[in-house]
Design a protein around this ligand. Structure first.
Ligand SMILES: [Zn+2]
Length: 489
């Protein structure tokens, strides 16, 4: 055999051995902190207070809920009653009447502040489903080890969990080194325009620059990620943008008995077919790469091999991830053709037709970039391409899943939920967190509740609930975030 053949074969064997070795050596990083003794809390009292918060039906309805304002003010009043220490020691401001901004002044003004966000509004109950609830959604019932009601997961457990932690810490005489803001918007479920946006504007006017923000968006997922046994605390480091484009085509109307060759519906349909055949290219962002690396040790060998040797296998990895809708959404600006309209009567040629295409933007892809993509893909100048005027936003800049600020949250998870793997990623939904994008170094998305398969229908659905013991651990987690982030790093 020629020497060069032997050389090449040997090199390939060595390369394969290195790749296998890297795959077998892939391990979860050691925990950032040891578990701590659970802080003693009266779980029943915590549950009772959360239940009281649920009974104030702070519903955000896109159609405009009756009495929304007075209800929100009643919720403020309840917070004052339930958390006297918070109100004695922190500065509290009503922003744009209904949102709340609490300032817990740090002893060291040179340290950039931290902002813990949550929202006080909830989504309405879908008409016709009221009777399907095991317990009425706004009664604040505690039964079978759970607190039941709208807002128990999204997002009053976060809001009141933060308040409980601050109430307890301030009653113990704790004083933060770093200023801590509690920012509670009142209209997150309808876009946050009057709430978090105004809180952000208030802070910006004061020249505040934040060390990091922590808001809802992800949770401790158990039994959700296929093939991964332990619970996964997914501290997300980005959210997607949102835009819908309208593709419109005008042409000749007329009688259907003499249609001619250039009808608007088939022509627009051809353009849409070309667009559908051209998804935006996949891309691995740092939070998603971190997610894969952190979860890889729990995955089958083939997946470990690809992730451990990403430089070689990235194209294959992207292809595998593209195969299922959930993982595909993590690596793409998704393109969903949702509406196609044209024509009113069976014997009349429509003179116009349009389609709506909804995009969820991967951080880094802009609305303008998507517009160019559409124009190139449809390749028909007659089709007008424009973003719809409704709700749309660019994806806020990504945060760093290996920043020290991430570690503050990860350490808090390790202390309270030692059984959980820590991972990252990006969220598909939008949250109030994006409104603080101009003010912060890093933004993270994580709510410390367990999210199990049967919870998937509960958030924004029927029988939303949280375990009494799980809620107490949320309070313990926020306590750790506050104490861990308080000092200089
Ligand atoms: Zn929410």
């Amino acid at each position: 055999m020629k020497k060069w053949i032997i050389g090449t074969v040997l090199l390939l064997i060595v390369l394969a051995a290195v790749m296998v070795l890297r795959a077998t050596r892939l391990q979860s990083p050691p925990p950032l902190a040891a578990a701590i003794e659970p802080v003693p809390l009266d779980e029943d009292e915590l549950a009772q207070r959360l239940a009281q918060g649920l009974r104030v039906a702070t519903v955000s309805d896109p159609e405009g809920a009756p009495d929304a304002g007075p209800t929100l003010l009643r919720f403020h009043q309840l917070l004052r009653t339930l958390f006297p220490n918070v109100h004695a020691k922190l500065q509290v401001e009503q922003v744009n009447n209904y949102s709340l901004l609490y300032t817990w002044k740090g002893a060291d003004p040179s340290l950039p502040p931290v902002l813990l966000a949550a929202h006080m509004d909830v989504v309405p109950i879908e008409p016709g489903t009221e009777t399907q609830w095991s317990h009425p959604p706004f009664d604040g019932v505690i039964a079978d080890g759970y607190i039941w009601g709208r807002g128990t997961l999204d997002d009053k457990s976060c809001l009141m969990g933060i308040m409980e932690a601050v109430e307890k810490l301030s009653s113990e005489g704790f004083e933060p080194q770093r200023t801590i803001y509690l920012a509670f918007g009142h209209d997150e479920e309808i876009g946050g325009k009057n709430g978090a946006t105004q809180i952000a504007a208030t802070l910006q006017k004061r020249g505040v620059h934040l060390e990091f923000t922590l808001d809802e968006g992800s949770a401790i997922m158990q039994g959700i990620i296929a093939g991964i046994e332990p619970p996964v605390a997914a501290i997300m480091a980005g959210e997607k943008g949102y835009i819908t484009f309208k593709l419109g085509l005008k042409g000749h109307g007329g009688h259907s008995s003499m249609p001619g060759k250039d009808m608007v519906v088939p022509r627009l349909a051809r353009a849409i077919t070309r667009l559908d055949a051209h998804p935006l290219p996949p891309r691995l962002t740092p939070p998603v790469a971190t997610m894969l690396e952190r979860l890889a040790p729990e995955m089958p060998f083939a997946a470990r091999l690809m992730i451990a040797n990403r430089a070689v296998f990235e194209p294959l990895l992207l292809q595998v991830l593209s195969d299922t809708p959930i993982t595909s959404a993590l690596i793409h600006t998704t393109q969903a053709i949702t509406v196609f309209r044209g024509g009113v009567k069976d014997n009349v040629l429509p003179s116009e037709a349009y389609a709506l295409v909804n995009y969820r933007l991967l951080p880094g892809d802009t609305i303008e970039r998507v517009r160019q993509h559409i124009v190139e893909a449809i390749d028909d100048d007659a089709v007008e391409v424009a973003p719809t005027a409704e709700f749309g936003n660019e994806a806020p800049p990504l945060s760093d899943p290996s920043a020290p600020q991430f570690d503050v949250i990860a350490r808090s998870v390790a202390q309270v939920f030692p059984q959980a793997l820590i991972s990252s990623g990006i969220i598909m939904a939008t949250t109030d967190n994006r409104h603080y994008a101009a003010l912060r170094d890093q933004a993270y998305y994580f709510a410390p509740f367990f999210y199990r398969p049967d919870d998937q229908t509960r958030i924004h659905g029927t029988d939303e609930r949280i375990g009494v013991a799980d809620y107490a651990n949320m309070v313990r987690f926020y306590r750790q975030v506050i104490t861990n982030s308080s000092a200089a790093r």
